[in-house]
Design a protein around this ligand. Structure first.
Ligand code: HEM
Length: 413
């Protein structure tokens, strides 16, 4: 029996995932009522298969697909998802994605590189003086939220609210969401919506150089986005972008500290932070599983027929350690030549639209640690967050060796 909520599995899922992957490319788990896909090639093929969808409601009813109806008490939460790229399928997905891409251009993302570097240093600086910090609370979270807020045009004094809303809302994506968590997610969605509506109104009256303005002004073939579509888009940009980036840095720093030789390769310049980011995402991905519904008859996964209406869970962490693609896959190797073949950003029509920003953000935050905190060390083993889908840590306490910091900044490094 595969139980992704079991404590031992959450502590280290990889031995179980490897065993499952080598036993079968796809299997059905009765207790969870869904199929699991374990190998890189099959996960990738599923992501690209247009007969599979993140949603089914455009082709059939909840009853037909054996899904729980959306709880009307959680209306504000589901309304906020309604126009999210992660909720839509073509043709709605195609229309909204084009408009979001028109606002989220490679140029606008590249223009965030400099602010990201500055923000990383600014946020790290006071902790360097103290010589210690909790990496997630003190560095990764304020940094990631600051970069996204900078991009969206959200003023600094509201960043805490966005962080709280995002934390509450993403609990809805786990296997074991409690009633209390669902209620909190709903309140958060309502507050978040009201805030974004205010922001849209403000930017309509006075455009800024930011993403909210770009979304308000985006046009493809003369058509733009409605307010409800902009609200869902802003919420998904924050929620999809923020937690994954924070957890990549948390999981990644833990991996680096547990493999000091690899950290040294970064310090010596043998491996660049940009290259290292790919191995961090491959080795311990922050998002372990994405689902697809089978929308049509005739679908086969790894040669096995899967009827319409079934649900597939694609195991990214398992795919990323598939020996069919990665040599010696359990080894954490920052210079791995094909690390970027990881499945961490997905594939097909839903491929992560924020991947270029995530790469810039992670590269800058890692480089800042390498340059200003080369003596970085864990002071205790971090606690694992008891969740599988969004895989992260809590309490990543580190020493920063402020003496090293002074000597490196004095030498201008
Ligand atoms: C390390 C960081 C990140 C990881 C690992 C990650 C991973 C992913 C994955 C796997 C998907 C596809 C989901 C699926 O196919 O079902 C996705 C979609 C998405 N991501 Fe990311 N992401 C990251 C950062 C970001 C950032 C920084 C943003 C935006 C600021 C972002 C925005 C989105 C959006 C809007 C989608 C939906 C795209 C669509 O459905 O068309 N992500 N992400």
């Amino acid at each position: 029996m595969f139980d992704p909520t079991e404590a031992g599995f959450l502590a280290d899922p990889y031995p179980t995932l490897s065993a499952l992957r080598e036993e079968a490319p796809v299997f059905y788990e009765e207790t969870l009522g869904r199929w699991f896909v374990t190998r890189h090639g099959d996960v990738r093929a599923c992501l690209r298969d247009k007969r599979l969808g993140r949603n089914f409601r455009h082709v059939g009813s909840e009853e037909e697909f054996g899904a729980e109806p959306l709880d009307p008490r959680r209306r504000a939460f589901w309304d906020s998802e309604r126009w999210s790229l992660l909720w839509l399928e073509p043709p709605e997905h195609t229309r909204i994605r084009k408009l979001v891409a028109a606002a989220f251009t490679p140029r606008s993302v590249e223009s965030l590189r400099r602010p990201a570097e500055e923000l990383a240093h600014e946020i790290l600086e006071p902790h360097l003086e103290r010589g210690a910090m909790e990496l997630l609370r003190d560095y990764a979270q304020p940094y990631s939220i600051a970069v996204i807020c900078h991009m969206l045009g959200v003023p600094t004094d509201r960043q805490h609210d966005l962080l709280d809303w995002s934390h509450a809302m993403v609990k809805m994506y786990e296997f074991d969401t409690t009633e209390e968590q669902a209620a909190a997610a709903t309140h958060a969605a309502a507050d978040f919506r009201d805030y974004v509506l205010e922001l849209i109104e403000a930017r309509r009256h006075e455009p800024h150089e930011d993403m909210v303005t770009a979304l308000v002004e985006a046009r493809v073939e003369g058509e733009g986005l409605t307010d409800a579509e902009i609200v869902s888009t802003i919420i998904v940009l924050l929620n999809a972008g923020h937690e994954a980036t924070v957890n990549t840095l948390g999981n990644g720093v833990r991996a680096l500290m547990r493999h000091p030789d690899e950290w040294l390769r970064l310090l010596s310049g043998e491996v660049s932070p940009a290259a290292a980011v790919e191995e961090l995402i491959r080795w311990d991905p922050p998002l372990q599983l994405f689902e697809r519904w089978v929308l049509e008859e005739g679908v086969e996964v790894a040669g096995r027929p899967i009827p319409r209406g079934q649900r597939l869970s694609l195991l990214f962490g398992s795919a990323n350690r598939d020996p069919r693609v990665f040599d010696d896959p359990e080894r954490f190797d920052l210079a791995r030549p094909n690390a970027a073949e990881h499945i961490g950003f997905g594939g097909g029509i839903h491929v992560c639209i924020g991947a270029p920003l995530a790469r810039i953000e992670l590269e800058a935050s890692l480089r800042t640690l390498v340059e200003h905190a080369p003596g970085l060390q864990l002071t205790e083993e971090p606690r694992r967050n008891p969740a599988f889908v969004i895989r992260g840590l809590e309490g990543v306490n580190v020493k920063l060796h402020s003496k090293d910091h002074r000597s490196t900044s004095e030498t201008g490094r």
